[in-house]
Design a protein. Sequence first.
Length: 255
Amino acid sequence: MLAAYDEQVRRRPTPDLPGGWVERDRGVVRCISGPDAWNGVTWCALEDADVDAVIAAQIDAFAGIAEGWEWKHYSYDQPADLPDRLVRAGFVRRETEALLVVDLAETTLDASPPADVHVRAVVDAAGVDALVVVHEEVFGEDHSALGRVLLDGLQRRPSPVAAVVAVAGDTPIAAGRVEFHGGTEFASLWGGGTVAAWRGRGVFRALVAYRAALAAERGFRYLQVDALPASRPILKRLGFVELATTTPFEFTRRV
């Protein structure tokens, strides 16, 4: 599974927006999606390279493209001291996540929400707004840019993304999305979060199962997620396997 993920997703990324593009240069793969969406390095092979020079070249390459971008480092990337070199070059290391994957052909993810909670597909601007509200409460950050990217994706055919919101009565309490990586066997889960008052009641598991069903219906074999410590044990109990860890290194252009 790790070899398939590395080849299909890391080396052949899909930009978030139609005007985005992918560049391959000096042992790295860069994904450029535009100012509202994700930009960064998705894959590298630098064991035989002048690593510091390659890092400097990426900083130069992104200088005219994005104010902020990310080098997505995986625990098996070489050389072993690449994280230290990124920090010395001005990157900020964020929290390490577990790369978890489940084979949908071998696992049935079936988890219903609590009786007083309903899971709804996001199909319009109102649904996107509800997802953004939940994300901003759960993660404490502005998610308006994500809302614009998500609304664009939902309007395309076939859509490269689907999103869901869990509601208690009329109140959104949890939300997440699943991205469909065209031309690969992988779909991926993003943004799954539940407001504090509803945690520990099975809402998160229900969101995972709902999105897994969407991925299976679209013919994807694998479902992948970058999991923080809070969600990792839940996902492992659902059948996800840890293949590696991944750490975002963020670079912000100096003005």
